[in-house]
Write a new protein. Structure first.
Length: 281
């Protein structure tokens, strides 16, 4: 894994510096696909060492109808850092590169932070409502970051990835939230709303992904130690949510309400599905 990172990330950074020094649309239209090819080769390398070191039973359905030339909004449940490797392995070269919304602090992760910056993953700063009330000038900055990122994504087919729960699931977080779902935390519609508001007309479909670890949620170290034997991945292709504002509503408010209702319904279906799979296994 480390050798794969150390081989591909320097190439990624060199290409990114060229784009930084020549910030023209014509250059971007040439450089962006090259960056994506480098990232896809990196992910293919990850799949390679996973095949060499893991005895994984991949139970995957729903990826037959996707296309690398389509824009997608991808949503998924979140349990472990392993989820990212699973998603990249399942979708690499089947759909455009997944672009994740990341916490601002992750930019300082050695090597990887630079790689995520080079690939233009949006870095979000999480602020509590109490903090925003004390610092109202900070409100809306994440929305501006999301819109700026999505404007760039509109040039080249992209998959915008959103973990709707906003954090990894644990029983403690579930209890603290008083979540009504058995296997999920409460979904947040903010990221989906911003993405649809910024580039909703570009998305050809929503990919609803459910990841299940029948033997229990692994840590990243457990995965590297080969202690994960089976992964279940189910992908559903869904239409993009549409909103029509009432005369008394702003378009943004209408979209926000539609998205919140949509994610609540999606999460209820996902929770019931996970329940059936875990009972069978």
């Amino acid at each position: 894994m480390l050798l794969n990172i150390l081989f591909w990330v320097p190439i990624l950074l060199v290409v990114s510096v060229i784009k930084l020094l020549l910030p023209f649309k014509r250059v971007r239209l040439w450089i962006d696909p090259l960056l994506l090819r480098v990232a896809e080769a990196w992910i293919a390398g990850n799949s390679g060492w996973m095949r060499l070191t893991q005895k994984l039973d991949w139970d995957v359905t729903g990826v037959g109808e996707v296309s690398p030339r389509q824009w997608y909004l991808v949503v998924c449940n979140h349990q472990s850092w392993v989820d990212i490797l699973v998603l990249q392995h399942v979708f690499n070269r089947r759909i455009p590169l997944l672009k994740f919304f990341l916490k601002k602090e992750l930019i300082w992760v050695p090597i990887m932070g630079l790689a995520w910056w080079a690939l233009e993953f949006p870095f979000m700063r999480r602020r509590s409502e109490a903090y925003l009330q004390q610092h109202p000038e900070e409100r809306g900055k994440d929305a501006a970051t999301t819109r700026a990122a999505c404007e760039k994504y509109a040039l080249v087919p992209t998959s915008v990835m959103n973990f709707l729960e906003g954090t990894r699931f644990t029983p403690a977080k579930q209890q603290r939230q008083q979540s009504s779902y058995r296997h999920l935390l409460k979904p947040k519609a903010g990221g989906v709303t911003l993405a649809l508001d910024a580039m909703g007309e570009k998305f050809g479909a929503v990919l609803d992904v459910t990841i299940i670890y029948p033997e229990g949620t692994p840590t990243f170290m457990h995965f590297l130690q080969g202690k994960v034997n089976r992964v279940v991945v189910r992908v559903r292709t869904l239409p993009v949510p549409q909103a029509s504002a009432q005369p008394s509503q702003a378009p943004e408010q209408a979209l926000r309400e539609v998205c919140q209702h949509w994610v609540n319904q999606l999460w209820a279906e996902k929770d019931a599905f996970i329940d059936t799979v875990t009972k069978v296994t």
